[in-house]
Design a protein around this ligand. Structure first.
Ligand code: HEC
Length: 151
């Protein structure tokens, strides 16, 4: 009994150490991959919401969840771009770090547009579509300034 507790505490202690070490020493390439995956999810939920709003598919009941997820993803975009994650296999332009205030302004605008989309998503389709387009334009505005053009 006593031995088990000691071993248990030891394991817990090691896990804790592992956790902190992994966080403190994240490989920049892993951070880049992570944010690209999160951004891909951003794109996927936009595409799904767009298909619903354009009447291409009949999943109106899922619109609220796509909107909510977009709100969550876009609640803190700058956190996906920490210092030191500016080189490697990334399409982020130097401005993300060099013009940080402008970058954060873009992120803030997108956050506000995502909030507005959540509010509109439960209402009539026309109003929801208008907010969806504003959100989409806001994503594009940041990409235009801060992301390398696709080849
Ligand atoms: C504040 C700036 C900013 C905002 C806002 C933003 N993005 Fe991005 N996004 C970026 C940058 C910079 C990259 C390039 C990241 C990289 O390659 O490291 C990117 C990458 C992407 C990618 C490509 C991911 C990949 O590598 O396959 C998609 C898709 C994407 N964003 C969708 C969206 C959508 C949809 C929204 C809005 C709901 C959005 N983004 C909002 C800056 C932004």
């Amino acid at each position: 009994m006593k031995k088990n507790t000691a071993v248990g505490m030891l394991i817990l202690g090691s896990l804790e150490l592992l956790g902190t070490a992994a966080y403190a020493e994240s490989d920049p390439e892993d951070i880049i991959k992570y944010r690209q995956n999160v951004m891909k999810a951003n794109g996927a939920h936009m595409a799904a919401a767009g298909a619903i709003l354009q009447g291409k598919v009949d999943y109106k009941k899922d619109l609220a969840y796509h909107a909510k997820t977009l709100q969550t993803i876009n609640s803190d975009i700058p956190a996906l771009f920490p210092k030191g994650s500016d080189f490697g296999d990334t399409k982020a332009l130097d401005g993300v770090w060099a013009k940080r205030a402008d970058f954060e302004k873009r992120a803030k605008d997108t956050r506000a547009k995502a909030d507005a989309f959540v509010k509109a998503a439960g209402g009539d389709t026309k109003a929801a579509l208008a907010k969806f387009k504003e959100l989409s334009d806001s994503c594009k505005a940041c990409h235009k300034d801060f992301r390398k053009e696709e080849k």
